[in-house]
Design a protein around this ligand. Sequence first.
Ligand SMILES: Nc1ncnc2c1ncn2[C@@H]1O[C@H](COP(=O)(O)OP(=O)(O)OP(=O)(O)O)[C@@H](O)[C@H]1O
Length: 825
Amino acid sequence: MSASSGPRRSSISPFRSRKSPAQPPPPAKPTGRPATPSSTTSSRPPSRLSASPATSVSHSPSPTTLPLDRPETSKSKENVMVTVRFRPLSPREVNKGDEIAWYADGDYTVRNEYNPSIAYGFDKVFGPATTTRHVYDVAAQHVVNGAMQGINGTVFAYGVTSSGKTHTMHGEQKSPGIIPLAVKDVFGIIQETPGREFLLRVSYLEIYNEVINDLLDPTGQNLRIREDAQGTYVEGIKEEVVLSPAHALSLIATGEEHRHVGSNNFNLLSSRSHTIFTLNLIDLAGSESSKTETTGLRRKEGSYINKSLLTLGTVISKLTDEKATHIPYRDSKLTRLLQSSLSGHGRISLICTVTPASSNSEETHNTLKFAHRSKHVEIKASQNKIMDEKSLIKKYQKEITFLKQELQQLKSGMMDNPHMAASSQDDLVNLKLQLEAGQVKLQSRLEEEEQEKAALLGRIQRLTKLILVSTKNSMPSSIPERPGHRRRHSFGEDEPENLVGLSPSADSGSSSSVSPASSSKSLHHRVTFNDIKDGRRKSISKRGDDSAGGSFPERTKAGDLFSATVAGRRLPPSGTTITDQMDLLHEQMKMLAGEVALCTSSLKRLSEQAASNSEDSQLRHMQKLKDEISEKKLQIRVLEQRMIGSVERTPHTLSTTEMSQALSKLTTQLNEKTFELEIKSADNRILQEQLQMKISENTEMQETILLLRQQIDSLSNKMSGSPEQMAENDGIPPKPCSEEISQQKNAWRNGLGSCEETFVDEHTPTSVMSLNRIFSHEESNLNSQVLMQVNFTRTSSAIGTQYANFKNLGYMILSMQSAYFFIGC
Ligand SMILES: Nc1ncnc2c1ncn2[C@@H]1O[C@H](COP(=O)(O)OP(=O)(O)OP(=O)(O)O)[C@@H](O)[C@H]1O
């Protein structure tokens, strides 16, 4: 089943309308300077630029007009989408007398003020007045949509320090960045996709001085990158299930507390590390310019940052070079982690942030050149397909059948072929060894599979409780529902902006309940990612009243859950087990802990501000936050007690009927699994028998060959000796070698030769290949499912490059034929 065969989303999201990923981004309003006639073309799909007079583009600062690019559309291939975003001149730049050196000439061209012939064309150029929302619509939304349909996507923000990467990717209170907008969209898409189930998990890490640290779990330091069939991943990284946009953002905020940042000449809070947030978000650190203050630690950080960005540039450059044979992904952790995205298996949107300032003209020019080079990377966006356990069983069955056929063919080939009897003993020994090794390997592989399956099943059962589904299940789900097996979550239909992903009491209408947390319009619900960064900026501006219109849900997820759980309402009414309830309580506690961290962080920031400038409103705000924290801590304690209470009460509270229902459900599941195991074991036994037969045949064959060789040798000895010797050996009178004897001798020799050839060239490779196929998971067309994966990459460069990478933004769990298929990795 592919993503395209799945149910389609209804057309209107609670947020805004979306276009399908195949559609071009919406036309942008003219930005920056007035567009020239050549650049006022209509909106274009992200596709390869080729020479054309449509948009002026130059590769070098030649004063003459250079070849111009025009996109060409390709159905199967997509390019990197490259856009450029200008920020306004900063007060600092204005103060020091900077002038505009580069500007947006219409929607697609960046032009140099001092040398108008130097111009670069891109898929889109955003002028300094463009909103991040518009940037998102044009440069990121199609990536998010694609990701939700199983197509990997990466959105990079790349630019020198202080050029606007954080502003673009994380945004601010009143102008959320691409990451929060994407998070919001993802939940919107889930809500608008009846008939599908989603599981969202996040992780958050930083690459600091080429060392990977887990930002959600500070004990996870110096983690290693591993690789599997789905690509690279970080071993041991903590992953959290997210249930709402606010929950996802609170995790980012919590992670931000642990990341490395520092001040430089250009940015008080420059990102000193690349970070990767796995809904997965990656956040890069930036390249150092020679103008940057670089002493001690900053210099060391800068060299690592530069190295990884240089490698990123080299990798992108090599990708554009058709002759390049080696792409140095492994030269930096950053490119290694981004390998699957960069190597063309997903959609890439590169947003280059630039300052128009004359003092940074050279850096801006370098960014534009980098961006322009990247334009020529071609990517093939394909859907991820992940094998589920059922598919694996089928795959094995198919392979076993295939192997049986191979063995049969080999067997009959050996029988039929008169030369086979004379085949090389060495080859047969080799084959036997291979078969034996294969048997052992297969056995251990099957055992591993059993263990993996058992682990996977446990995980599936746990994760299934956290599946997010749309409340708009007007379309029949393809998944036959088992009562109580899966938890249904509400997105709060009556509150479109409150994308509450999970509510255990959704079925009983808890969304209307008012919890202590949700009733207080707490600050932290609207704190965006950038607020945390701002919190550490010493030059933070006063925020005033934070209760002003936030862009995110004002009610906390945890608050809702707490309310539903504790405020006298029963937990999931039927079919849910005590384990379900415990898991749910556990998740709520984690969310509350995240919110506490968020409040604490805001409180810290306000305390710092209050130290220098105390105002009543600020103090009131701080008090409010303190209350909020106490309240949430209290809620956590109540939940803990409830968990303990649930365990203690379990034997008494479950009715006999409930217990027998649960027992019967478990028995059914057990029977299903036992049946699957039996199938697998039976196939394994058959395969073993076949292998055993093959080994016996080979042994017989070897004996025959040995015998024949002895006969040949004996005959050859007789024939090669003098007539006198032959007579002596045989005890018969010597005779001259007749033509008949010569022919016989040649026939044997030729026969043996041709037999060796046949065996080596045909059968052995085929057999080895068939064995290899057993151990390989590649090339299966069986029931594979779609892994939704998004990478949002926010690069910062020239000091404190940051990028954010959403990866595995969506994990989907689908069910077919009553079996749950695990899609995520
Ligand atoms: N498009 C924009 N409109 C208005 N202000 C902007 C814009 N882009 C950036 N800024 C402002 O410029 C300053 C620097 O931006 P930002 O922190 O995003 O840079 P950065 O590229 O992330 O830097 P670093 O790489 O050092 O982390 C901030 O104060 C930000 O608010």
